[in-house]
Design a protein around this ligand. Structure first.
Ligand code: 1GP
Length: 245
């Protein structure tokens, strides 16, 4: 089944998904095999690859290597058009709906269009909302947009619902990689209540308790990068919880 239909099916069945975010700027190709021996034994269901600033060509090299090591779906999560490679399986076609910078709202998407027409990548239209994570994150710096304040739940909920009305298939609430505060559970809960499409949440999630709270609030897929990069024991913590995701 295609990636989006599987996500929608999980959303319908209340089955939780866990994505690991791999930043090509931080992952050495020589470490991929050993890292993926952990990934393949874990509860991870999706591999996201991308970063805010990645040198040209690095993403493709890394994706090819990852493909040799896993059968999990590899989904691009690109900071810009230069990170698109046909060797992945899918692409979160992000529109940064918070902050209203036309470059990331529509211009990057137009730049990608021709290339996407010529690949078999599964393109998943995604409304992407940056929420204040307590520090200036790379997404904020590179996109030159202000995040939605984490007290401004109405703004987040209205933007997420507008995403659905615009035809997005997924909504992604992003606190930014390395955020010191993940997206507040109340914001997740109210967004979930407003939309009927799957909800992805990421940024600043470093422990299993926070992960569980975010699932309980209504996230269908959680994305974690830093915790896996910085602490190999995070795989064990997940294992101990015996997720049957
Ligand atoms: C995915 O950017 C995040 O939405 C990843 O954030 O690196 O903080 O887990 P962390």
């Amino acid at each position: 089944m295609r990636i989006l239909s599987e996500i929608i099916q999980s959303h319908t069945e209340g089955k939780k998904l866990l994505a690991i975010l791999i930043d090509p700027d931080k992952m050495e190709v020589s470490n991929v095999a050993s890292f993926f021996s952990e990934v393949n034994r874990s509860a991870i269901t999706h591999i996201l690859v991308g970063g805010s600033e990645v040198a040209h060509g690095k993403t493709e090299t890394l994706v090819k290597k990852i493909k040799e090591q896993t059968t999990l779906p590899i989904v691009l999560f690109p900071g810009d058009v230069s990170q698109i490679t046909e060797y992945a399986d899918g692409l979160l076609f992000l529109s940064l709906l918070s902050g209203e910078n036309p470059e990331y709202l529509v211009a990057q998407q137009v730049k990608a269009a021709h290339q996407l027409k010529e690949t078999s990548l599964e393109v998943m239209p995604t409304g992407y909302l940056l929420i204040d994570g307590g520090v200036e994150t790379a997404v904020q710096r590179v996109s030159e947009t202000a995040p939605i304040a984490n007290s401004d739940i109405d703004r987040a909920v209205d933007t997420a619902y507008a995403a659905q009305l615009m035809g997005k298939q997924l909504v992604y609430l992003e606190a930014g990689s390395g955020a010191v505060q993940s997206v507040p559970v109340e914001m997740i809960r109210r967004t979930k209540a407003m939309i009927s499409i799957p909800l992805i949440v990421g940024g600043g999630i470093r422990d299993v308790e926070t992960l569980e709270n975010i699932y309980a609030a209504g996230a269908d897929m959680v994305v974690i990068g830093t915790a896996f990069e910085q602490d190999a024991r995070f795989f064990e913590q997940l294992q101990l919880k015996r997720y049957s995701l």
